[in-house]
Design a protein around this ligand. Structure first.
Ligand code: ZN
Length: 465
C-alpha cells in the first residue's frame, strides 16, 4: 500500500474516534510525589493473564489498577487505604515536602488476595514504644483485597508492626510470605516478619541488620539500606549498603560499600556468597568480615537490585558516584570486579533480567544530553561489556523519574512503572506509565482522568496564598 493512503486510513481512524477514546501512553494522571521506587517492591505482579499494580496517589495513599493482557482492558485505580502521612501535609508546589517513604509494595497471595503494605516511615511516637529502632512518622499498614483477584474493595489488617518503612514483600513457591522492612526511622534495625497463612498472621519481627553506635565514635550510628528478593528455589537474597548515620541526630546521604547474603527458608539459615553459615542479627564489624562484596573506600554506593541465574548465583547492580550503575556477579568462587554499565552517565535506576549466567539485561532510566530515556543494556559476556539498546521511551520534555523495580513474574508487555515528571511542572501530580519491552501499555484518555478537580483545587489554593 502506498505510504500516503496508509496515512489517510490512519487519519480517518483517528478522526472517527472521539478524543476521549484515543489512547494515551499513561494509565492514570494521579501519581503523587515520587509515586514509586525500586526500594518499595514489588509494586506489581502478573497473575493469570492480569498485571496488578500499585503506586502512591493523592494524599500519599496507595492506589491499585489492573491490566488484562487478553482483553486489553484496564480497571482502576482504586484507593486501597489511608496513609496518615498524607493527612499531615498535602504539598502542592513541586518543591513542597512529600514524605514518600510510605509508598506501597504489593503481593498477590497463593489464594489470589492482593496485599498492599504502605504508609510507614518508622511509625509516629503515639503508636507506642518501638524496641527495634527510633520513632518516625506514619504507620506501616497492611491492606488486603476483600475478595481474590478483585481490587475494588479493601480492608485493613492489624497484623504487622506499625513501625516499618521501605516495606518489601517476598513470596515463596509454597505461598509463604516474607515482609522485610526497616523497623523505624533512619537509625533502626532491618527486620522481617514471616506469614505461613497467606498474610492473615505474621510471626514477630526477626532482627537482621543491627543499627548501633560506632565503637570509635558513638555519635555516629552504623545503619543500612537493604534490598530483598526471591532467589533460586527456597532462597531469599539480601543485597545492601552501609549508612554511617551522622553526628548527633543528623541524617546524611552517606552510603558506602556493597554487601550480599542469602536466606535458605527451608532450614531458616543465612549464608554468605561462598556458602558459609552466618549468625544473625548482623553488626557492621561482622558484615565487613563475612558479607562484604566491595569496599568503596569512602566512595558512594546506593542500592540497586539483585536477581539470580539458573545456578542461584546473584547478579547485582549498585549505584555508585552520582548514581551510575555498576554490575556485580558471583562467579562461584569470587565476585567479579564491578563494571560500569553506561559510562559517563548519571541518575540511573531500574532493575535487571538474568537470562543466563552470561546473558543479562538491565532496564534503566538514564539521561543523555538529548533527554531522559528508559531502555535496556545487554551483556552476553557475563557483564564485562554492555551494549546500549535503542531506548523504549525517550523525551526532552519529560523526565522518566522515578522508576520502579520489575513486576513479579512480569509479562514482557508490562515490566515496570515509571512516573512522568514534566519539565517546568508546578505541582506534584504525575502521569503513570506501565512500560513493556515494546513501549507503554496505552489507555483511552478518558479513563486516565482520576484527579477530579484536584488540580484546579490545589492551584486555586496556591493563587489565594
Ligand atoms: Zn541516617
Amino acid at each position: 500500500m502506498p505510504k500516503l493512503s496508509k496515512f489517510f486510513i490512519l487519519l480517518t481512524l483517528l478522526i472517527s474516534l472521539p478524543a476521549s477514546a484515543q489512547p494515551v501512553e499513561y494509565f492514570t494522571d494521579n501519581g503523587y510525589g515520587n509515586p514509586v521506587s525500586t526500594m518499595h517492591h514489588p509494586c506489581a505482579e502478573f497473575v493469570d493473564g492480569i498485571t496488578y499494580l500499585t503506586y502512591q496517589g493523592p494524599h500519599e495513599d496507595p492506589y491499585v489498577s489492573t491490566y488484562n493482557h487478553t482483553t486489553q482492558k484496564w480497571t482502576g485505580p482504586f484507593k486501597a487505604g489511608v496513609n496518615p502521612m498524607g493527612r499531615e501535609q498535602d504539598a502542592i508546589d513541586r518543591d513542597g515536602r512529600v514524605d514518600n517513604h510510605g509508598r506501597p509494595a504489593m503481593i498477590v497471595d497463593a489464594k489470589g488476595y492482593i496485599h498492599i503494605i504502605f504508609g510507614g516511615h518508622g511509625g509516629s511516637p503515639d503508636l507506642g514504644v518501638n524496641q527495634n529502632g527510633t520513632p518516625g512518622r506514619g504507620k506501616q499498614t497492611h491492606a488486603v483485597s476483600k475478595r481474590p483477584h478483585d481490587i475494588t474493595e479493601w480492608e485493613t489488617l492489624e497484623n504487622i508492626s506499625p513501625f516499618g518503612t521501605y516495606s518489601q514483600f517476598v513470596k515463596m513457591d509454597n505461598g509463604d510470605l516474607y515482609l522485610f522492612f526497616r523497623h523505624g526511622s533512619h537509625r533502626s534495625n532491618w527486620v522481617y516478619q514471616k506469614s505461613i497463612d497467606h498474610g492473615r498472621t505474621f510471626a514477630d519481627p526477626t532482627p537482621l541488620l543491627i543499627s548501633k553506635p560506632q565503637p570509635q565514635d558513638p555519635d555516629i550510628l552504623d545503619a543500612w539500606y537493604a534490598w530483598f528478593a526471591k532467589g533460586k528455589g527456597n532462597t531469599i537474597t539480601a543485597s545492601y549498603v552501609y549508612h554511617p548515620c551522622g553526628k548527633g541526630d543528623r541524617h546524611t546521604k552517606d552510603r558506602h560499600n556493597t554487601y550480599y547474603m542469602q536466606l535458605n527458608t527451608g532450614d531458616n539459615t543465612w549464608h554468605n556468597a561462598p556458602g558459609q553459615h552466618l549468625t544473625i542479627p548482623i553488626l557492621k564489624e561482622y558484615a565487613d568480615k563475612n558479607t562484604l562484596i566491595f569496599n568503596t573506600q569512602g566512595g558512594r554506593a546506593n542500592h540497586g537490585t539483585c536477581r539470580v541465574d539458573e545456578n542461584g548465583n546473584p547478579h547485582i547492580f549498585f549505584r555508585h558516584e552520582k548514581g551510575h550503575a555498576r554490575y556485580y556477579r558471583w562467579l562461584g568462587d569470587k565476585w567479579q570486579q564491578p563494571v560500569t554499565i553506561f559510562p559517563g552517565n548519571r541518575s540511573q535506576d531500574g532493575d535487571m533480567i538474568v537470562h543466563s549466567p552470561t546473558h543479562v539485561q538491565v532496564l534503566l532510566r538514564y539521561n543523555t544530553p538529548t533527554g531522559s530515556h528508559v531502555g535496556y543494556f545487554t551483556t552476553t559476556d557475563g557483564g564485562l561489556t554492555w551494549k546500549k539498546e535503542n531506548p523504549i521511551v525517550s523525551s526532552n520534555t519529560v523526565q522518566y523519574n522515578p522508576i520502579s523495580a520489575i513486576a513479579r513474574n512480569a509479562h514482557p508487555d508490562a515490566r515496570l512503572l515509571i512516573a512522568e515528571d514534566v519539565k517546568g511542572q508546578q505541582h506534584q501530580y504525575h502521569h503513570m506509565i506501565l512500560l513493556g519491552d515494546n513501549g507503554p501499555v496505552t489507555r483511552p484518555l478518558e479513563e486516565t482522568k482520576n484527579l477530579g478537580n484536584r488540580l484546579e483545587h490545589v492551584l486555586k489554593i496556591k493563587e489565594e496564598k
